[in-house]
Design a protein around this ligand. Structure first.
Ligand SMILES: Cc1cc2nc3c(=O)[nH]c(=O)nc-3n(C[C@H](O)[C@H](O)[C@H](O)COP(=O)(O)OP(=O)(O)OC[C@H]3O[C@@H](n4cnc5c(N)ncnc54)[C@H](O)[C@@H]3O)c2cc1C
Length: 396
């Protein structure tokens, strides 16, 4: 496939489709039907058995190199794993971070840190599921975050608050972004931020408090409070003050993986809508015989196909080390919108039964809506494309 922007000389193949992985993921997911997810949601429980099944199959360590105990698979394989989970009606939100948060440690951590943590993350012995970036007062404007880490001898002392930190109560470690040099003492606002591995188990009750945050979906989101939490200096990742760049480095992989979940959701909605449209007889004929029912499903399918092509192009460019920020962001935006349109078509096709919990349509509909907001909202993607791809002025 040849890109038509400034990459005319580059040819990237769409990459493998990993049919064996797809089949195995489908087999695992068959053990976790809609009923399982509905039961969890009623009690706001965590899908411990599901996460264990994926861990045991080695899928959550897919991206960890073999020398550190992982499967050493390329991003495209991880992408396929997450897509299939979502296409099966399951939700990887409970554990997808175990796949990609470790990327910051892998790329910027010391050899000693990698040897200490990665093998245990690959085996599931250590859960690195929590990623503390978003704060209540700074939101998308990450460089304005207020959480401070101040060096004091052989450790840092952290004060501040994070919000929407998913899975913090189901994680042993948290990757934390905090300011180490005050904003008024740095040349650029992106400087002076640092990344730490916080040991949640050791810090709880010693300045660290985690409170569940009730939300529209069962995503195990929390508020995290730091009141003088001591983090050993050896848990600083890379160089002090370079953390913002380290987090940005991981964004492309994260967005490709989230976009894959969107494609999976879109596939589930389309399959479910088509089945119902063919089976439901009203006015003496299948409702799917009416174009007003058929077309939104067909349109969402076309959008999904298009988004998937751009997603596979992004993954191929990522694998070939070709700058792909524009492609990755656009793929994530289009995939999240395709999933939403497929969800809307599916809900509408089901009529009143779309609201019945036992059909799982309303649950998936609520779940897929998140993808247009987190981990990055559509407006921020559009401003990235406007500025960095098309060369218009920065809008904020
Ligand atoms: C279920 C859930 C799980 C999450 N998990 C995590 C997690 O694990 N770790 C973590 O760190 N964060 C997490 N988040 C936070 C998520 O990444 C943020 O909600 C998201 O980045 C948007 O930030 P915000 O909510 O503060 O919105 P704001 O920054 O307040 O923005 C609000 C709205 O205004 C728009 N907007 C803001 N500025 C502009 C502008 N200049 N131009 C145009 N539009 C603009 C945004 O697009 C958005 O639609 C999670 C959120 C949710 C809901």
């Amino acid at each position: 496939m040849t890109s038509n922007n400034n990459l005319d000389h580059v040819t990237v193949s769409l990459g493998e489709d990993y049919s064996d992985i797809r089949e195995n993921v489908r087999r695992i997911c068959a053990g976790f039907p809609g009923e399982y997810w509905r039961r969890l949601e009623e009690k706001l429980d965590y899908p411990t058995e599901f996460v264990k099944a994926l861990t045991d199959a080695g899928y959550l360590g897919a991206l960890i190199p073999e020398e550190y105990g992982g499967a050493g698979l390329p991003l495209r394989a991880a992408s396929v794993i997450l897509e299939e989970i979502h296409a099966s009606g399951c939700n990887a939100g409970a554990c997808h971070a175990q796949m990609y948060i470790m990327g910051t440690l892998l790329r910027h951590g010391s050899e000693e840190q990698k040897k200490r943590y990665l093998p245990k993350i690959a085996s599931g012995e250590l859960r690195l599921q929590a990623f503390g970036v978003t704060e209540p007062t700074s939101g998308t404007d990450t460089t304005q975050l207020k959480t401070r880490a101040v060096r004091n001898g052989d450790h840092y002392v952290v004060h501040g608050q994070k919000v929407w930190t998913s899975r913090a109560l189901h994680s042993d470690l948290m990757l934390l972004l905090a300011r180490t040099t005050p904003l008024d003492q740095v040349k650029k606002k992106t400087e002076g931020l640092s990344v730490f591995l916080v040991d949640i188990r050791q810090s709880l009750g010693k300045g660290l408090e985690i409170k569940p945050l009730k939300a529209m979906i069962n995503h195990h989101a929390t508020e995290v409070f730091f009141d003088g939490v001591k983090v050993p200096a050896e848990n600083l990742i890379g160089e002090e003050g370079k953390g913002f760049k380290y987090i940005l480095d991981g964004m492309n992989a994260e967005r490709i993986l989230i976009a894959s979940e969107c494609i999976g959701d879109a596939r589930w909605f389309t399959k479910t809508a088509v089945k119902y449209a063919n089976e439901r007889i009203i006015f003496g004929r299948p409702i799917g015989q009416n174009q007003a029912v058929q077309f939104p499903i067909a349109r969402a399918h076309a959008e999904t196909e298009a988004a998937e092509i751009l997603l596979r192009k992004s993954a191929a460019m990522f694998a070939a080390n070709i700058p792909c920020g524009g492609e990755v962001n656009m793929a994530k935006m289009l995939a999240s919108e395709a999933a939403w349109h497929a969800g809307e078509a599916c809900l509408q096709t089901h009529g009143g039964f779309g609201y019945a919990k036992e059909y799982d349509v309303e649950r998936k509909w609520r779940e897929t809506r998140l993808m247009q907001i987190a981990p990055i909202s559509t407006n921020l993607i559009l401003s990235y494309v406007g500025e960095h791809v098309l060369g218009m002025p920065r809008s904020f």
